[in-house]
Design a protein around this ligand. Structure first.
Ligand SMILES: [Zn+2]
Ligand SMILES: [Zn+2]
Ligand SMILES: [Zn+2]
Length: 279
């Protein structure tokens, strides 16, 4: 399985659009891995995770051919993860594609509500059966092409219908857990019953080095707690790749180069835009 990060920032991006803070100024100067666009990742060629406004930039930067993408898991409706208006570019007459192309978006009821107006009455009126949405619920396991996916309840802005996902291709298992607080006990209970083993665990690290003083995200200390519990409870071992991802300029005055050694010391890789992991 090939896993690639396209966007690794929280909502503002790094540097943030207007921001003049020290971290944004340093990131602009350093460039390269210090620059982060909004959240998106892909498994192999066909399964996209999230659809932010930055998708178009990712297509150009990473040479993504959207004709290869047939499934898109959406974590929640926040704009750094979902830009429903972007679906208009799939209309007949705008996107000239081979007959039979189809993409399904998966997400919570809130995600479906956000996407539906851009499919019904827009794509549909254009005679376009290329796209549909499928509502999934927390703790539901469902097929996505050749993959098996379980949706898990994220602890994050409830109005955004937040889910995070475990994704298996039958051989390898990925946990993509972003825009969530430390997981609820119900998630740990499910894993006690189902005993998954994760080859790759990507954890929300919005707060990086700062203590989390609110509900909805994690930082390195919480990532370490998740990792240690997964090791103790058998969902991971020394071969599991743990990655800190989804960074904010407000996460404790660190850019990529500052954070890499801090994360490495605790057994984590630090994500960057374009990072590819072969599992
Ligand atoms: Zn986010
Ligand atoms: Zn800033
Ligand atoms: Zn969010």
């Amino acid at each position: 399985m090939e896993f690639q990060y396209f966007g690794t920032a929280a909502a503002e991006g790094i540097p943030a659009v207007w921001c003049q803070c020290a971290i944004c100024q340093r990131s602009r100067k350093i460039g390269g891995r210090a620059l982060r666009t909004r959240s998106q990742a892909r498994i192999n060629k066909d399964l996209l995770i999230d659809f932010p406004g930055d998708t178009y930039g990712h297509i150009l930067t990473y040479g993504i051919d959207m004709a290869d993408v047939h499934h898109c898991l959406i974590t929640h409706t926040h704009f750094d993860h979902l830009y429903p208006e972007g679906l208009c570019t799939l209309k007949t007459g705008i996107a000239h594609m081979e007959e039979g192309y189809h993409i399904t978006f998966y997400g919570s009821d809130k995600v479906c509500e956000a996407l539906y107006p851009f499919i019904k009455g827009k794509l549909d009126d254009a005679g376009n059966g290329r796209c549909d949405v499928r509502e999934v619920k927390a703790f539901e396991t469902f097929g996505v092409g050749d993959y098996t996916v379980t949706a898990l309840p994220a602890i994050h802005g409830p109005d955004s219908g937040p889910l995070f996902y475990q994704i298996s291709d039958g051989a390898k298992n990925v946990l993509y857990a972003h825009d969530t607080h430390y997981f609820s006990e119900e998630v740990w209970d499910l894993w006690q019953e189902t005993k998954p083993y994760f080859d790759l665990v990507s954890l929300d690290c919005t707060n990086a080095c700062l203590p989390v003083t609110y509900v909805g995200h994690m930082g390195l200390p919480e990532n370490i707690q998740v990792k240690e519990r997964m090791l103790v409870e058998g969902m991971a071992d020394e071969n599991t790749i743990f990655v800190c991802n989804h960074f904010s300029h407000n996460g404790g005055h660190v850019v990529y180069d500052d954070f890499v050694p801090r994360a490495a010391e605790k057994g984590f890789l630090t994500s960057y835009d374009g990072m590819t992991i072969e599992i």
